[in-house]
Design a protein around this ligand. Structure first.
Ligand code: ADP
Ligand code: MG
Length: 318
């Protein structure tokens, strides 16, 4: 791509005040503050697998970065720097301008500097690596849940999956609901503030990108525990709530992807602290169950009867 350098200069070179050296040299330079650990995470978005080739490039730019930011939130890290590796079938400047505007809108919203990357010709593919800071030893890991801990989720679940169902004409929504759910699907708002506030409170955490049950399973496996969940306590998106008698809607709630809320565990005695946090952040935090010593997930109805689990999280190789 002869204009590769022009493209980088035009679309991806911005001031990087949080870095020692940003885009333009053989490598970026970043200085991690003393006493801090670096949290590093990569997410790849492949055209046809994670998004459609004709996806609005501005939304794609936002979402590509946002899903990485969500991983920082889930670790309790403050996101600071990112790199972007981009394969493009051709240098479509209208596409690039829109993509960059979405990407940098998200970067600005979460105070992240783009410090480097790679630009090459190839099937449309985006790979972002994000770097964040966490005070030494304070990361919210997946392996800290203990029997008796409460299980919590932020926000409401199933809205993004409901939007997808509507866009694929598997259901219909009224205009307002569709708009609200599409916003969740296309421009997720990762819970960085919550992640930071949960340091010292949560015993484990992750972000719900592939669906509650599938993602919670990762905490259970890493922590070597099980879970008992109360179906009625799981917060559904308001547009999904009236549909919950139907099995596909239950699947949206329990196994719908793309929510980018946090699921976390905490000792019982943290209940008041978490409720205080809910008020401070203006973000609904729901206790949905507790950790058990026995492996597996038990889902209970209001009468305490076991509910059969619908298919769990999305797995690319299942
Ligand atoms: P090199 O040949 O040393 O890998 P490149 O020509 O690939 O250098 O990149 C030049 C500079 O531009 C580097 O600092 C690189 O990090 C940056 N860069 C390349 N592509 C991107 C991109 N899509 N976003 C941000 N920075 C980029
Ligand atoms: Mg390169």
């Amino acid at each position: 791509m002869s204009s590769e350098f022009n493209l980088i200069a035009r679309y991806f070179t911005r001031p990087a005040p949080q870095a020692v050296l940003g885009v333009g040299d053989d490598a970026a330079l970043i200085a991690v503050a003393p006493g801090m650990e670096l949290a590093v995470s990569t997410d790849m978005l492949v055209s046809g697998t994670h998004f459609f080739a004709d996806t609005d490039p501005r939304q794609l730019g936002w979402k590509a970065l946002a899903v990485n930011v969500s991983d920082m939130a889930a670790m309790g890290a403050q996101p600071r720097w990112a790199t972007l590796a981009l394969a493009l079938p051709h240098a479509d400047e209208i596409w690039l301008a829109a993509f960059a505007s979405g990407f940098f809108a998200c970067a600005k919203a979460y105070d992240i500097d783009l410090v480097g990357g790679d630009t090459t010709r190839g099937p449309l593919n985006l790979s972002i690596t994000i770097f964040g800071e966490i005070p030494h030893g304070q990361a919210l890991r997946r392996d800290g849940a203990q029997p008796g801990d409460d299980i919590w989720v932020s926000g409401t679940l199933g809205g993004a999956a409901l939007a997808l169902a509507a866009l694929q004409q598997r259901t219909t929504l009224d205009t307002d609901d569709l708009l609200a759910c599409r916003q969740l699907l296309e421009s997720p708002q990762p819970r960085v503030e919550l992640g930071l506030a949960l340091r010292g409170i949560a015993s484990s955490a992750l972000d719900i990108s592939d669906g509650l049950l599938g993602d919670l399973k990762h905490i259970l496996e890493r922590s070597n525990v099980g879970a008992e969940l109360c179906f009625d306590a799981i917060p559904a998106h308001p547009a999904l709530e009236p549909l919950l008698a139907e099995e596909w809607a239950q699947r949206c709630l329990l196994a719908g992807g793309d929510d980018y809320e946090l699921c976390f565990t905490a000792r019982r005695e943290q209940y008041a602290a978490i409720k205080k946090l809910e008020e401070k952040l203006g973000l609904k935090l729901s206790r949905i169950g507790h950790i058990t010593a026995d492996a597996g997930i038990q889902l209970l109805d209001a009468a305490g009867q076991t509910i059969r689990l619908p298919g769990s999280g999305y797995d690319h190789f299942a």
